[in-house]
Design a protein around this ligand. Structure first.
Ligand code: GLV
Length: 322
């Protein structure tokens, strides 16, 4: 029996890739930069499975270009880069990689929050540029954690892992998520209360049409002037020009972004001119073990789909209803 042909859009960690190669005839895109849309279109023509990353736009046209496709496996928990309704209409299961990146993303949220509150990056630039001449009683003063309020918007796996970490910092934690139960000492509140009361606001919602630009001028206007906004979800959740205005005018104290829209953010983007905006290149899940596990889950989803079995992590289980 020949192995089923699959296309893997980037060199993913060996933990997943070795498993894929054991079961499949894998065409693996070798470059650091992702394949273009046209390149993916060409390569899905005769494959039965596709492993994609969040940098790949997987739309209906692409699904139709691969008539033999049996499974779409996205190596990410977020699937906003995949047209899931289009996949469901074609009975194509879509896999994602939840759970294994929860802790890494919550850690990154805290790294950004601490760095922003304690002005770590500003301090580092200050030292490197030779400006450090003495210990200063008022130099680069930041925010305190003990007794401050952290507001978590979206209280799923990652939001809850952030609340768990917040307990160790003696933060008061409130959250907004009508679908979630209280956990880790966090209390549910409506969004306006959260924005009015929080010293730190951290966003943990998936990007959907309902959450696109959730963080808009009205949202920012309700935040406290000392507030810090952290976004480790998706760039599209935040209206970046509204954030620029809020940071420039000191309507809020600072922001720390793991994600932007677009990615990469052009080096000339106005947000990069602001000292009170910390931006890193979408590193939420970027730890060795986490990426190993994400590649492994993506491989498991792919192989299950090729065998006609239910994917261990499927975002559109409706495809299994007859
Ligand atoms: C990363 O952002 C993911 O969705 O896995």
């Amino acid at each position: 029996m020949p192995k089923p042909k699959v296309f893997v859009t980037r060199l993913i960690p060996a933990k997943g890739l070795d498993l894929i190669r054991e079961f499949c005839d894998a065409d693996v895109w070798p470059d650091e930069l992702p394949p273009s849309y046209e390149e993916i279109l060409r390569r899905v023509r005769d494959v039965e499975g596709l492993v994609s990353l969040l940098t790949d736009k997987i739309d209906a046209g692409l699904m139709d270009a691969g008539p033999r496709l049996k499974v779409l496996s996205n190596m990410a928990v977020g699937v906003d880069n995949v047209d899931v309704p289009a996949a469901t209409a074609r009975k194509l299961p879509v896999g994602n990689t939840p759970g294994v990146l929860t802790d890494a993303t919550a850690d990154q949220t805290f790294a950004l929050l601490l760095a922003s509150a304690r002005r770590v990056v500003e301090g580092e630039k200050y030292v490197r540029s030779g400006l450090w001449v003495t210990w200063g009683p008022q130099l680069l003063l930041g925010a305190d954690f003990v007794g401050a309020t952290l507001g978590i918007v979206g209280f799923g796996r990652i939001g809850q892992a952030v609340a768990k970490r917040a307990q160790g910092f003696d933060l008061r934690v409130i959250y907004h998520d009508p679908a979630a139960q209280p956990a880790f000492g966090a209390s549910p509140v409506d969004l306006d209360t959260l924005l009015h009361e929080s010293d730190f606001v951290s966003v943990h919602v998936p990007l959907t049409s309902a959450t696109h630009h959730l963080v808009n001028p009205a949202f920012l206007a309700k935040m406290k002037p000392n507030a810090i906004l952290v976004n480790t979800s998706r760039g599209g959740v935040l209206d970046q020009s509204a954030l620029y205005d809020a940071l420039k005018s000191k309507q809020i104290f600072a922001a720390a972004l793991d994600v932007t829209d677009p990615e990469p953010l052009p080096s000339t983007h106005p947000l990069l001119e602001l000292e009170n905006c910390l931006i890193v290149p979408h590193l939420g899940s970027a730890s060795k073990h986490t990426r190993d596990m994400m590649s492994f889950l993506a491989a498991q989803n792919l192989i299950a789909g090729l065998k006609g079995e239910r994917l261990p992590n499927c975002v559109n289980p409706e495809v299994y209803k007859s």
